[in-house]
Design a protein around this ligand. Structure first.
Ligand code: PGA
Length: 261
């Protein structure tokens, strides 16, 4: 079960760093980021770096997340890595990231199966949802959020909802710096309220109050504090700023500051 009072800061390194570079970067981060009870720092390197980093990492300091995996446990699926093959290395897995949805055409059904496969393997899924620029312009944000949430959680029972993390990442804000404006803050507060409302409908009030909802999309060390202060936002999914030690450490420090550590 997930602790509702925790703040989650997730570094999504995307397709960057060789295993050697990942290892050196982890070393730099571990010299600067102290373990914390209230702020959980999660690193999501490329699949190829998961095994070596899992041997190097201090799990009191950092946890590892997969960026992607295939939902079947084994079989004739050339080029894929199953969640059961990486289960010893990671505690979390990102599922349904917009780059997977839009560049690799992952379907809602694939995403639901991945959420289920992660849970089956005792890995916490971080389910990413968010509207595109076009959906937003067409006033379809609420509908997009609802359908991605309902479809993504299709295989999740009442018993397992407290093992899920939701990341709200509006597609128009990822890698664009477009969200660094005050208007964006209201949108994010509304979106997290919508997410909790839908969770309440699907799983009840308690689940809606305790499920962690993170924000992601062009977060950097200047904007992190603002996003973390938004009501109902329990953490951040950070892409490009997580590749620079100074920026990422500053974001973690900001989170700790907000938690009064
Ligand atoms: P970004 O990426 O911070 O570079 O916008 C966020 C994400 O894709 O998770």
């Amino acid at each position: 079960m997930i602790s509702p009072r925790k703040t989650y800061i997730i570094a999504n390194w995307k397709m960057n760093f060789t295993p050697g570079e990942s290892s050196l970067y982890l070393q730099r981060l571990s010299n600067r980021i102290q373990p914390s009870r209230n702020v959980q720092v999660i690193l999501a390197p490329s699949t190829v770096s998961l095994q070596p980093l899992s041997l190097q990492i201090n799990r009191r300091q950092f946890k590892l997340a997969a960026q992607n995996f295939y939902w079947r446990d084994y079989g004739a699926f050339t080029g894929e890595t199953s969640v059961s093959q990486i289960r010893g290395f990671v505690d979390y897995a990102i599922v349904g990231h917009s780059e997977r949805r839009h560049i690799f055409n992952e379907s809602e059904e694939d995403i639901a199966q991945k959420v289920a496969a992660a849970l089956r393997n005792n890995i916490t899924p971080i389910l990413c949802i968010g509207e595109t620029a076009m959906e937003r312009e067409d006033g379809e944000t609420a509908a997009a959020i609802y359908s991605q949430l309902a479809n993504g959680l299709n295989e999740v029972s009442d018993r397992d909802i407290d093992r899920i993390i939701i990341a709200y990442e509006p597609v128009w804000a990822i890698s664009t710096n477009k969200n660094a404006c005050p208007a964006g803050i209201t949108d994010i507060e509304e979106a997290q309220a919508l997410i909790r409302k839908h969770i309440s409908k699907l799983y009840g009030k308690e689940a809606s109050e305790t499920i962690p909802v993170l924000y992601g999309g062009s977060v950097n060390s200047d904007t992190a504090g603002g996003y973390l202060s938004i009501k109902g936002i329990d953490g951040l999914l950070v892409g490009s700023a997580s590749l620079i030690a100074d920026s990422f450490c500053a974001i973690v420090e900001t989170a700790k500051g907000i938690k009064n550590e």
